[in-house]
Design a protein. Structure first.
Length: 236
């Protein structure tokens, strides 16, 4: 059964941002979901339903559906500052953070600098490096960004490499990834770097899945999330 959520519209430096919040029992640590690049927070309704009564929030950074699409302000730092701003608004003293796809490097950057608040980190099917924008991306993004924002993004987005920060991530980490032959975007080489350099890490591979690790077995994906959250909470 779907849970009711509340939408919060916020503004940072003139850019509209969004949070969807599924309120819950704060005796359990809340979970904050960071969608993939320009992804909609609405996509986490299924996770919120399965994780009830745990509180859940999903973030809508600039460029995502319903958020602002400014004519400038598309550096990796701008996205990171959105992330920090939205998490600060939520006010959770301690929480889990789950990041998908090309926003994994942003989550690693956050985790490296906020170990006192982060109970655990889930990294889904992406490595620590976010590449710079490429002209070839223009066609893929043309229906998601207006022309002035698209031009600014292609000009300004230089990517971000969080690999140098891996050793500074003190929170327990769960890596979820699919099979490269099915379309996974996390290579074995990048996964190995993270396994070797993250201090407290475990990994689960979904052999029948591609980049969307919840397909074709969403229950397996949800159980992996819930099991990790419970494990960390039991450890204290």
């Amino acid at each position: 059964m779907a849970r009711k959520f509340e939408e919060r519209a916020l503004e940072r430096e003139g850019v509209r941002l969004r949070i969807l919040v599924w309120p819950g029992d704060l005796d359990a640590l809340p979970v904050v979901f960071l969608p993939g690049f320009l992804g909609p927070p609405e996509s986490y309704a299924v996770e919120a339903a399965y994780l009830a009564p745990r509180a859940v929030a999903a973030l809508g950074l600039r460029g995502s559906p319903g958020a602002g699409r400014p004519p400038s302000g598309w550096r990796a730092d701008d996205f990171y500052d959105d992330l920090v701003f939205l998490i600060e608004h939520l006010g959770y003293p301690r929480f889990f953070l789950s990041a998908y796809s090309a926003n994994v490097p942003l989550a690693l950057r956050y985790a490296a600098g906020h170990s006192e608040r982060l109970a655990g980190l889930v990294l889904i099917d992406y490595g620590p490096e976010q590449p710079a924008a490429r002209p070839a991306w223009a066609e893929q993004l043309r229906d998601r960004l207006p022309e002035d924002a698209l031009r600014a993004f292609l000009r300004e987005f230089m990517g971000y490499d969080a690999a140098p920060l891996l050793e500074r991530v003190r929170a327990p980490v769960l890596i979820l990834r699919g099979d490269p032959e099915e379309g996974s975007l996390l290579s074995e080489a990048d996964a190995q770097v993270m396994r070797e350099r993250l201090p407290d890490v475990r990994e689960q591979v979904f052999p029948d899945a591609g980049h969307e690790v919840w397909e074709p077995e969403p229950h397996t994906y949800i159980e992996a999330l819930a099991g990790f959250f419970t494990e960390v909470e039991r450890r204290g």
